[in-house]
Design a protein around this ligand. Structure first.
Ligand SMILES: Cc1cc2nc3c(=O)[nH]c(=O)nc-3n(C[C@H](O)[C@H](O)[C@H](O)COP(=O)(O)O)c2cc1C
Length: 360
C-alpha cells in the first residue's frame, strides 16, 4: 500500500498522518494500541485517570503494541509534573495537552526528547506554544467534539498555518480520505479525529451508546456551556435540554454532587480537588462557579461513555457524527482514509497535467 509521508509522520515516526485524539473515558489502551498497530498515532487520555491508572494504562498499551503512541495530559492538574516525569521514564513518544499547556512542562518534555503536540483553538495560542518549543500543534475547529471554539476548521486551520512554521495537524469534522486530502492541500501535516475513532471496533464505549451516536444526523449536536461552564459540543439529548433550562443554583448543586462523586471515584483528597480547582481558576480565568462545574464533565461523560447510562450522562460528539454509519476496525478505517486520500490527490494532480483543464 502507498503511504503519505508528511512532517507529522517523520516527526513522530508513524506510518500514516492520522491521529486518534485523547478523549476522556474513550481513548484507553485498546483504542490507542489499535490505532498504533494500524500505523496511526494513538493518544491515551489521562485527564480522567488517576496517576496510578495512567501508569497501568501505559503498561497495558505497551503490552498490546510496540509502536509509538502518545499521552494527553492536563497542564493544570496538581500532579502534572509527576505525570510528565512518568512519560519521560516510560519513554513515551508524544505528549499532548488539552487546554493551555505550560512552558516549564514543555521544556522538561523536550529536554527528554518527548515530542510535544498541544491542542489549540486559536492562532495566537499556536504562536505562543510554538515560541515555547512545541514540536507541532493540533488545531481543532468548532465542528469538533468535546470542548470547542466558535470558528470552523475551514477558517481556523489556514489562520494557524499562516502564523506558525511547525507542523499543524487539522482536527474537527474529519472522517474520510477527502478530508485528509483537503487538510494536506491547506498545508496541514495530517488529520486528528475524535468522534470517528469513538465509533470503531476497538473503542470500548458500550455498543448501545455507539448505536445512539450512529442514529444521529448532522444537526443533532449542540454546544452547551451548562456542562462545565465552557463551550462543549455534545449530542443533543433530553438531559442536555434540562441542563440548558436549569437555573444557576440547581446547576451548582448538581456540579457539587458530581465533584463529590469524582473525588470518591478517583481517591482524590478534598485538598487536592480544591488545589486543582484553584490552579484551573488561575490558568483559565474562570469563575468559581465554572470551576465547581468543571467536576461535572468527567462524571457526566463517564455515566454516558463508560456506564452506558445515556439518561444521566452527556455524550461529547463532533458534528461529523451525522455522517457516520459504521463501526470499522482502526486498521480498515486508517487504510481506507489513506488510500482514498492518495486517489484524490492523484486525481487533483492529473487536473493540472491535462490540457482540458487549461482555459485560455
Ligand atoms: C467523547 C469525547 C471526549 C473528548 N475528551 C477530550 C479530552 O479529554 N481531552 C482533549 O484534549 N480533547 C478531548 N476531546 C476532543 C478530541 O480530542 C478532538 O479534538 C475532537 O474530537 C476532534 O473533533 P472530531 O470529533 O470532529 O473529530 C474529546 C472529544 C470527544 C468526542
Amino acid at each position: 500500500m502507498s503511504v503519505l509521508t508528511t512532517p507529522l509522520t517523520e516527526l513522530v515516526g508513524v506510518r500514516h498522518p492520522v491521529v486518534q485524539t485523547g478523549m476522556g473515558w474513550v481513548a484507553g489502551p485498546r483504542l490507542v494500541a489499535g490505532t498504533a498497530n494500524a500505523g496511526g498515532l494513538g493518544i491515551l487520555a489521562s485527564a480522567t485517570m488517576t496517576y496510578a491508572e495512567l501508569g497501568a494504562a501505559i503498561t497495558k498499551t505497551k503490552s498490546l503494541t510496540d509502536k509509538p503512541f502518545g499521552v494527553n495530559i492536563r497542564a493544570d492538574a496538581t500532579d502534572a509534573r509527576r505525570r510528565v516525569d512518568l512519560l519521560v521514564r516510560e519513554n513515551i513518544r508524544v505528549a499532548s495537552f488539552a487546554l493551555a499547556p505550560k512552558k516549564d512542562l514543555i521544556a522538561r518534555l523536550k529536554d527528554a526528547g518527548v515530542v510535544v503536540i498541544p491542542s489549540i483553538g486559536a492562532a495566537k495560542h499556536a504562536e505562543k506554544v510554538a515560541s515555547w518549543g512545541a514540536d507541532a500543534v493540533i488545531v481543532q475547529g468548532g465542528e469538533g467534539g468535546g470542548h470547542t471554539g466558535p470558528v470552523a476548521t475551514t477558517l481556523l486551520l489556514p489562520s494557524v498555518l499562516d502564523v506558525v512554521d511547525i507542523p499543524v495537524v487539522a482536527a474537527g469534522g474529519f472522517y474520510d480520505g477527502r478530508g485528509l486530502a483537503a487538510a494536506l492541500a491547506y498545508g496541514a501535516a495530517g488529520i486528528a479525529m475524535g468522534t470517528r475513532f469513538l465509533l470503531t471496533q476497538e473503542s470500548t464505549v458500550p455498543g448501545s451508546v455507539k448505536q445512539q451516536y450512529l442514529d444521529r444526523g448532522l444537526q443533532d449536536t449542540v454546544v452547551s456551556r451548562k456542562v462545565d461552564g465552557m463551550p462543549h459540543r455534545v449530542l443533543h439529548t433530553d438531559l442536555v435540554d434540562s441542563l440548558e433550562r436549569s437555573g444557576t443554583l440547581r446547576g451548582l448543586f448538581a456540579a457539587a454532587r458530581n465533584a463529590y462523586r469524582f473525588r470518591a471515584m478517583t481517591g482524590m483528597t478534598w485538598s487536592t480537588l480544591i488545589r486543582d480547582g484553584r490552579a484551573t481558576k488561575r490558568a483559565s480565568d474562570r469563575t468559581w462557579q465554572q470551576v465547581i462545574m468543571a467536576a461535572n464533565t468527567p462524571m457526566l461523560l463517564k455515566a454516558g461513555l463508560v456506564d452506558g447510562n445515556t439518561d444521566a450522562g452527556v455524550l461529547a460528539s463532533g458534528q461529523v457524527v451525522g455522517l457516520l454509519d459504521d463501526l470499522p476496525s482502526c486498521r480498515d478505517l486508517i487504510d481506507g482514509i489513506v488510500a482514498d486520500a492518495i486517489e484524490r490527490i492523484e486525481a487533483i494532480a492529473a487536473l493540472g497535467a491535462s490540457p482540458q483543464s487549461i482555459h485560455e
